[in-house]
Design a protein around this ligand. Structure first.
Ligand SMILES: Cc1cc2nc3c(=O)[nH]c(=O)nc-3n(C[C@H](O)[C@H](O)[C@H](O)COP(=O)(O)O)c2cc1C
Length: 241
């Protein structure tokens, strides 16, 4: 399929054929492609839970309010945000970027470039992602407002803003996954209709992990798609300047 065909093929499927099983390895390879999605500062504060066990699928279906898309799903992938892992991810990224500089940059630029990465992942990222009952975020925002008097700056750095950043990033990986699934003729449905407390309990997730989306997977049945695709007229949303 061409990219255009893949995008057109992807639909939110609400009823899967329960007689057709999916190849778990193929689904796993789509999850691997999802990790190539763009993500904020390459911090990759996400995790992907690939559910193939029928007992867990049944529990998850209940947690997804028994929507038919969940009930008939052959497999599910739960997209999870892990803002709490910011220190270990920043440390890993510093390691990887340092190796990258040593491998690909001219020798005379090593020191300067490694120092820049050390500042970014060693100082800036921990400052941006740290949380303490909204207080750290309040001070970050205050500093941004002060800087904003003198030059353009980023204002969306409060603690709730950073939560949005992590969820945005995770949603991009979910979309990449769904398109990868379409490419091999597998269907999906993204769901936010779920009980996050139950989903977290089923997956034994720590308190600070958050569920971004549950994506059900299977092969569409003829009644699996709810009618024609409907979008607001393009000219209502397309602004050109
Ligand atoms: C964040 C998000 C949450 C969604 N949650 C649900 C859901 O809980 N149940 C459902 O049936 N569809 C859900 N959908 C699917 C949308 O209803 C669907 O994408 C939209 O109607 C457009 O249809 P299409 O995906 O076939 O183009 C969700 C989609 C997104 C992006």
């Amino acid at each position: 399929m061409t990219f255009k065909e893949i995008v057109n093929y992807r639909r939110s499927v609400r009823h899967y054929d329960e007689n057709i099983t999916l190849d778990s390895e193929k689904v796993k390879s789509c999850i691997e492609l999802a990790t190539l999605a763009p993500n904020s500062s390459n911090m990759q504060l996400w995790e992907f839970y690939h559910i193939t066990n029928p007992e867990i699928l049944e529990k998850l279906s209940r947690a997804c309010l028994d929507q038919t898309s969940a009930k008939t799903a052959q497999q599910m992938v739960v997209f999870v945000t892990r803002q709490d892992l910011y220190r270990s991810r920043a440390k890993k990224m510093l390691e990887l970027e340092t190796q990258n500089v040593l491998k690909n940059s001219p020798q005379q630029k090593h020191e300067k470039r490694i120092k820049r990465w050390r500042q970014y992942y060693g100082t800036v990222m921990p400052i941006f992602y740290s949380k303490f009952f909204g207080i750290f975020g309040f001070f970050r925002k205050l500093i941004a407002v002060l800087i904003g008097f003198f030059r353009p700056t980023m204002y969306q750095i409060s603690e709730s803003d950073m939560r949005v950043v992590v969820h945005k990033t995770c949603a991009l990986s979910a979309q990449t996954f769904m398109l990868a699934m379409s490419e091999i003729g597998y269907d999906t449905c993204p769901m936010e209709g779920f009980d996050s407390r139950i989903v977290k309990k089923i997956l034994k997730l720590p308190f600070r992990a958050e569920i971004n989306m549950v994506v059900s997977c299977g092969i569409r049945k003829s009644d699996g798609i709810w009618g024609e695709r409907m979008r607001i007229p393009f000219n209502d949303v397309y602004k050109r300047s």
